[in-house]
Unconditional design. Structure first.
Length: 269
């Protein structure tokens, strides 16, 4: 049996452009893994089974895809201990899928090389390959083309899942984006993001990154009033995060925000 943590992520920036020929959107995003994580175990079995999370679709699909790629039966038992909020913009399902792929691949007599595993992951979802990497990444294209970034990670994070909000489907969020002409000015915002990245030397410099193009929340302003040097929505939401220079300040903010939703005090992973 092999086990590993499947970390959540936040988008430190998300700039979105026009729809592409494949119906996906051109994006530029800064992805940061955080300490909040699910726990997965994978072991060879007589047949495919995924335990612990009844709503899973990604892990089982990932293992079927891996088996088809290498020409074997999907004979693994996976157990998931969920800690990452579901459908929150934190990438929990994609992280679970990537972690299951990596663990199951390691049980094969001839594991897929890293490049082939990443290619397979990209077919499962644009953000799945990120969870096979280490450290922060710049995602471009549909988000699956990755480049490593050197960014500071000495800060604390508060993640807030607002009460009463359910995530709209990602497709619906993008339809709304298109309907409001959100792609206008993409080239300029992309340049702004890349220029801001070049100037990052300390945690507070992350505040220069442009805000999320897809979603916003009034709770970002509240996080900033409580001491966050940057606050924004992650992915398509509804999760909101705040970055804090001091963990004690972040802990106080997490307590203060308890009336607005579920809070998680965490940090970069």
């Amino acid at each position: 049996m092999t086990a590993a943590a499947a970390h959540a992520k936040i988008n430190l920036a998300l700039v979105v452009g026009p729809a592409r020929a494949d119906a996906k959107h051109e994006i530029v995003t800064v992805l940061q893994r955080i300490d909040l994580a699910d726990r997965l175990t994978v072991e060879p079995a007589a047949s495919l089974a995924v335990d612990g999370f009844a709503d899973d679709s990604l892990v089982g699909g990932a293992l079927v895809a891996l088996a088809a790629r290498v020409g074997c039966e999907p004979s693994w038992r996976t157990s998931i201990v969920k800690r990452i909020p579901v459908a929150a913009g934190l990438g929990g399902g994609s992280s679970d899928a990537a972690t299951a792929l990596r663990l199951a691949n390691a049980t094969l007599p001839a594991p897929l090389p890293v490049a082939e595993l990443h290619e397979l992951a990209a077919r499962l979802g644009a953000d799945v390959p990120f969870f096979l990497t280490d450290g922060p990444q710049l995602g471009t294209g549909d988000g699956s083309r990755l480049a490593s970034l050197e960014l500071p990670r000495d800060y604390a994070i508060v993640v807030l899942i607002p009460h009463g909000l359910r995530k709209d489907s990602t497709a619906s969020v993008y339809r709304d984006f298109d309907a409001r002409g959100g792609e206008s000015g993409f080239a300029e915002r992309r340049t702004e993001l890349l220029s801001a990245l070049e100037a990052v030397a300390a945690p507070r410099d992350l505040a220069r990154l442009p805000k999320n193009d897809l979603a916003s929340s009034h709770l970002s302003a509240r996080l900033e009033r409580l001491g966050a040097f940057r606050a924004d929505v992650s992915g398509a939401g509804p999760a909101v995060y705040g970055l804090f220079e001091q963990r004690a300040t972040a802990a106080t903010a997490a307590r203060e925000l308890g009336d607005s939703g579920a809070t998680f005090l965490t940090g970069p992973a």
